[in-house]
Design a protein around this ligand. Structure first.
Ligand SMILES: *Cc1c(COP(=O)(O)O)cnc(C)c1O
Length: 241
């Protein structure tokens, strides 16, 4: 098995090549290392290789690791990217910097008011998760409802609306990968155009899309943040991961 450091270098190279191919700048795409199911020491190893942004899916597991790595907290940026139930929002508001998986107003409202209880923390950065695959099983708001939800979220205190996130159904056909990511980009561009002078959209700059198997397609279609787990940390062996 490759080391985390070697894997990270390889992923960074993939990002660089993909941005060059798309005539974009490598620094326009941020790498989020998805560390779910991997222990705190794997995160530390990645951190020593220059990685600072980490994504987690499960609240309990994530908070344990965030607490374990408390000493490194100033150098780490924690992104919550998994499905979020109402009864877990408080812990997320207390420990995370970003949440990518907002798909209903109620969750954003809870995060907003609970973040207010931590006045020393920066506002929580939020992305609206959109559903591009039209499957009932996938979370995310339909593209047609994304703007309305963005609009509501942009008015909440203690949070900042940052953009859209998508997890298209995995597809080996790169043409279909492009199609799904392009639909998210078009939705993003449309929302941005409609709110260009709206102060609540001042920081609406993030398209969180692309994972280990499809990051090249996502970058070609405008992704600004790729969420990569397997290609950095290796295969996950937990059943629900
Ligand atoms: C697990 C996960 C990833 C990373 O997937 P890989 O295929 O391992 O790169 C990215 N985004 C979300 C929301 C995830 O749950």
């Amino acid at each position: 098995m490759n080391s985390i450091i070697a894997n990270l270098m390889q992923v960074r190279q993939r990002i660089e090549l993909a941005t060059l191919a798309a005539k974009r700048e490598p620094e326009d795409v941020e790498l989020l290392a998805v560390s779910k199911t991997f222990p705190a020491r794997a995160i530390e190893e990645a951190m020593h290789a220059g990685q600072s942004a980490f994504g987690e899916n499960y609240v309990q597991e994530a908070v344990e690791k965030i607490v374990q790595l408390e000493k490194l907290r100033p150098w780490l940026v924690w992104h919550f990217i998994g499905p979020l139930q109402s009864n877990k929002t408080r812990e997320v508001a207390e420990h995370f910097d970003w949440v990518h998986s907002i798909d209903r107003l109620k969750i954003a409202e809870r995060l907003s008011s609970q973040r207010g209880e931590f006045p020393n923390m920066a506002p929580l950065q939020l992305c609206i998760q959109v559903n591009v695959s039209d499957e009932d099983s996938k979370s995310g708001v339909p593209l047609a409802q994304a703007e309305a939800l963005c609009n509501e979220v942009s008015k909440l205190p203690n949070v900042v609306l940052r953009g859209l996130m998508a997890i298209p159904a995995p597809n080996p056909d790169t043409a279909l990968q492009h199609q799904a990511f392009a639909a998210v980009r078009e939705c993003f561009v449309g929302i941005l155009a409609a709110h260009s002078v709206d102060p609540g959209f001042q920081f609406f700059d993030t398209l969180s899309m692309g994972m280990s198997d499809d990051l090249e397609s996502a970058i070609a279609e405008g992704s600004t943040m790729v969420r990569v787990g397997t290609a950095i940390f290796g295969k996950r062996d937990k059943i629900n991961a």
